[in-house]
Design a protein around this ligand. Structure first.
Ligand SMILES: *Cc1c(COP(=O)(O)O)cnc(C)c1O
Length: 422
């Protein structure tokens, strides 16, 4: 076969065998994709989506039929009573923040059962103080239990941590930027039942960022009362230019809507402007795109291992998010990896990523990112903190071939500098 990737012959030749050996893994991803594609299409059909729904509103956005249809479709996909899907939700962190502030009241306690939550939530909760309205300032307390080594829930500790004030339990499905495995829907199902048996009225909320469509079911089908995520990740399909969603029990979603807009107004306002079509088109493509990302991650995992880099999860491990991690051992290897990914970007391919002191991080961070939507992480991107053991995170990829190209570029750069050998 001709090497059309314009990268080193040796690297390309080696990839052919690796790719052929992954055929059965790719087939299982295709089956997953089929399940989710049918689910999305059915939801659009059942909702009776019309061409008028693609057109948005201005001003207050009263009677925005497209917006309501989108929320109906999300509710169907997530098997939830209701959903809120808005461009006014600025990010995943914003969606999570609205969910917490909308449903917690002074005196309540929230409990994270997946250890320390995603970095940006520390200031929201008040683990790190900013003096600008954290949950802690509103007398809402916080506790957490760690996952057991290897990744499962610590059932004993969870039971002990649930008390009369516990109002909400947070589960983060993806490992985020911790080196742990993502939680499967089966695992989430088990712990939801366990929690409800102890305290039936507690709200179980899942941070679903990076998890959507990576399995045939979502956490809301496994006992979670609320799932929350970002539209510049999986469910936006690379098309949604901004936004976030929540889906869950009606009462809980109403509380969140009252926080997003105003008590008494809730879901009834919020002009969609020109975004309805993009949300819908992105959602329509999302199962396919997530499949591309998963295949890219599987390939990268297998091929990087071939060159001696530890990768996590491994190519044949169960996945419940789209994040792929590598251990680079040296700063140089991590930087070259990011440079290689950047070179495979459709936008800003000529840029060399350099580490910078990102607010809220204890080490400089290097990031490769050259997509069509700023910061979108369903588009191919890579990043990592500059500290031993120099772990790099790679996620997304709207098309499989781009991920392959990024990995080839990175390995080619490493080969030139003698970091790897043929
Ligand atoms: C990305 C992410 C968030 C936050 O989303 P932003 O859009 O970056 O604010 C929260 N939790 C997890 C697990 C994430 O991956």
């Amino acid at each position: 076969m001709e090497n059309i990737y314009k990268t080193g012959e040796g690297i390309y030749r080696e990839s052919l065998g690796i790719e052929a050996g992954l055929k059965d893994v790719y087939e299982s991803i295709d089956r997953l994709r089929e399940i989710n594609q049918v689910k999305v299409l059915e939801a659009m059909k059942e909702e009776g989506l019309t061409s008028q729904d693609l057109v948005g509103t201005t001003g207050y956005g009263y009677s925005d039929r497209g917006r309501d249809a989108i929320e109906g479709i999300y509710a169907k996909i997530f098997k939830a009573e209701d959903a809120l899907v808005r461009s006014q939700i600025a990010s995943g962190t914003h969606a999570l923040t609205l969910s917490l502030f909308g449903n917690l009241r002074p005196g309540d306690e929230m409990l994270s059962i997946t250890g320390k939550p995603y970095d940006t939530l520390e200031e929201v909760i008040g683990i790190r103080e900013t003096g600008r309205g954290s949950l802690k300032e509103y007398m809402i307390s916080y506790s957490q239990t760690e996952l057991i080594p290897g990744g499962g829930f610590d059932y004993d500790r969870i039971e002990k941590a649930i008390n009369e004030r516990t109002k909400l339990v947070l589960i983060q499905r993806s490992g985020g930027y911790e080196l742990r495995k993502s939680l499967t829907i089966e695992e989430i199902k088990g712990v939801c039942k366990f929690i409800k048996d102890i305290k039936s009225d507690v709200i179980i909320m899942v941070d679903n960022c990076y998890g959507e469509f990576t399995e045939g079911k979502e956490p809301s089908e496994a006992g979670a009362d609320l799932v929350v995520g970002s539209l510049i990740k999986n469910p936006g399909g690379g098309i949604a230019p901004t936004g976030g969603y929540v889906a869950g029990k009606r009462e809980i979603v109403e509380n969140i809507a009252a926080r997003l807009t105003a008590p008494g107004i809730g879901k009834d306002i919020g002009a969609s402007l020109d975004i309805n079509r993009l949300f819908l088109q992105g959602l329509f493509l999302a199962p396919h795109v997530v499949g591309e990302s998963l295949k890219g991650a599987v390939f990268a995992s297998a091929f990087m291992e071939r060159w001696g880099f530890k990768s996590f999860p491994g190519p044949r491990d169960m996945r419940s998010d789209i994040i792929q991690t590598f251990v680079f051992e040296t700063e140089r290897a991590l930087l070259l990896f990011c440079k290689g990914i950047q070179e495979a970007s459709p936008v800003d391919s000529f840029v060399t990523p350099i580490p910078w002191d990102m607010p809220g991080y204890d080490a400089p961070v290097v990031m490769a990112q050259g997509g069509f939507v700023q910061g979108s992480s369903i588009e191919l991107s890579a990043d990592g903190p500059i500290k031993p053991p120099y772990i790099g995170f790679m996620q997304g990829g709207l098309v499989y071939e781009q991920v392959k190209m990024g990995i080839f570029n990175a390995l080619q750069l490493m080969l030139k500098e003698g970091i790897i050998n043929i």
